[in-house]
Structures are given as structure tokens and as C-alpha cells.
Design a protein around this ligand. Sequence first.
Ligand SMILES: [Zn+2]
Length: 418
Amino acid sequence: MKTAVRVLACCVALACAVPGLATEVSEQAKALHERLLVLDTHLDTPANLPRPGWNVLDDHTAERDFSQVDLPRMREGGLDGGFWAIYTGQGDRSPEANLAARDHGLVRLAAIREMVAANPQQFELALTADDAQRIAAAGKRVVYISMENATPLATDPSLLTAYYRLGLRMLGITHLRNNEFGDSANTPPEWNGLSPAGKALVAEANRLGIVLDASHASDLVFDDLLELSRAPIVLSHSGADAIYEHPRNIDDERLRKLAAKGGVIQVNAYGGYLKDTSTTPERSKALEALEEKYGDQEHMDAATVARFLAERDAIDARYPPVRADFDDFLKHLLHIIEVAGPEHVGIGADWDGGGGVDGMEDITDLPRITQALLDAGYSEQQIAGIWGGNVLRVLRETERVAASLDGGAKKDVPAHAH
Ligand SMILES: [Zn+2]
């Protein structure tokens, strides 16, 4: 849900830091953070690229712009890059909706590539696991491309080959509703896991060398992916049921199975999945009305943003929100590391998609995570894994599996579905 309400959930958190919350980051932690390759596996920043007048090279603030990622803040927060998502909202699956999703996916893919093409000194498209370190060492930001919700492929799953050739390296099956490929975590089951088309998509992703992502999918889809995929899988932005039971989070038994198969879970910082942030029906109604009025952030210019924020502040004043904070995020992170092991965990905070908590309002606060991991006793090597090494290991293994399955065919784009 990249709509205004979801943005609201984060903006509310962005607007004020909690006094007294520890924000100290030691020189040692800062130096380590700078030295490490720091990647996030779920950047929804591409949703901001079409905003009129918005430029990723400019410095923005979370509270005045409700964006959380741009180049100056990537430098300040030591974020080397990550997976930039092609997010598409789930339509009603009519032929018209599926065609609109197809077009939306291609346009968003083009926008990510255009960001890189327009700023070749600042960004570089990463296509292999080895690319990340090389690009970061050259002083540029790492741009892997991922897809959140496979609905752009519903009209023609063979488009996946074209997406691969244009840079796609991670694929999430569903979003907030079921689709042709499988069931969402948020809606009653339709397929009881992956659909036949979803199973075919898994085989195709394995053949091409695209990492499969179970975030937003139902537990049964997770189970199917784990069983069917020849390569390890990821949860690109998820949390732990043991800390807060929610359909978007995962139980400990599945965490252990994920790790046993070499996969990783990238921990989410979306407040509503970290703890119960539900408030009064009046507040929900007011937020829904605001969403209705403003729609997606991608259409908002600066003046509209200002009006939107003023109305949102008025709602907050009238119906005070419940917010998650950095400690809520840490509870999930530390629990997940404990259960899955530090080699199977990373960070996918859902920046620009609703992520961010009090005390970590945008990416400039990322060194706090490094500090917290040091405080918890994790080694530099383990922290390096969490910040990027672990997910790159999955990508590398996915590349190896693809090479073993079908080395040459991926270079061809089929003229028709197969
Ligand atoms: Zn998401």
C-alpha cells in the first residue's frame, strides 16, 4: 500500500523524534558503518521519482517532504544502495487492470533505469552479486532492481525474461491481495499457496537468476517457494510473529527453515507491522478520507505535499497516533538474528513505502543499527553480513543455480509466452 494512508503511517512517525530516546552513535560504530557495504533490500524510492519537481540528487527532509531516501542522505547515512522496487498496486485482475499493471511495471522499470542513466557519476545499475562492492568502491550508489508484486507479469509471464535483461534481480510474488501467481498474506487463500502460473514463474526465475522474495505472500506461498526454488529465497522486508503476530510477519519455525535452506530475512521498519499501532475508528476514517483526496504520492508536487502535510497534522492533533519506535524495530531485529542466525538476516526497512519509526525517521539514522548490533555483541564480520553480505550470498547462489540450469537461454527474449 504505497498510498497516502501508508505514507501517513510513516510521516506521522517522521514528524517528531521522541525526547530521551538514545541516539548516541560512537566513533567506532560510525567508522565501522562507513567501512561496510550497506544495502537495504526494499527501497520504495522509485515511487518518488515521478513526483513533479522531485530530484533524487536534492536534499530533502522526511518531515517536510515525506521522502526518506535521496543521494545526500544516502551519503550522510552511509547507505551504499540496495534493491529499488518496481511496486505495482494489485488491481481487480480484469483484463483492463492487468494491462494497466503491465504498463505501470514497465514505466517504473524505465524510471529506475533513467535515474541511473541521468546520473552516471552517482548511480550504477548492479547486475551481479559482485557488482555491489565494485560500484561502492568507485564511490557510486548501488542500484539493484526488484519487483514488489508480480502483477505486471499477469498478462504475459514471459516478460520476466525482458525484465531480467533490463536488470531485474529480485521478484516478490504478491502484495496486499491475491493475484494470478499466488496468495497474499492479507487476504483469504485462493490458491492455497502458489498457483500453477506461480509455480511456473518460480522455475523461470531460477532459470534466469532472479532471487525469489516471499514478503507480502501468504505462509503457504512461503512454504511453496522454499520447497520449489532451486536457489535460496529471501523475505525482502518482514518481521517476526513472536514479537508481534501479524499476517505480514513470520513465525520462528519458518525462520529456521528459511535459514536451513540458506535464505535470508531482511527486517522491516514499518510501524504497523512492528507493534499494534491501531487507534480509534475516527482516526482511521479521517486517514482514509485523506487518502481518497490525495491518492498516490507520485502525483504530488511540492505545494500539494504541503497541503497534505497540514491536513495530516490536523488529524494527528485531533486523533493522536500510536507510533512504533527504534526499540520496537530492534526487538524484531535481535529476535530474528537469535532465531535465524546472523548469517541469515539483513535490513529491508521499507523506506519511502511506509517504513521508519521514531528514532529512525529516515536513512540518516542507519548508523544506529550498527551501534545496536555492536552493543548486542555481534562481530564486525557478522554485522557486515547483516548489512549486505548475506543477501549478496543469496544472489550469488541464485546466479550459480541459473548457470547450472540453463546458461545460454536467458540471453534470448522469447517472442511469445511459453
Ligand atoms: Zn511492501
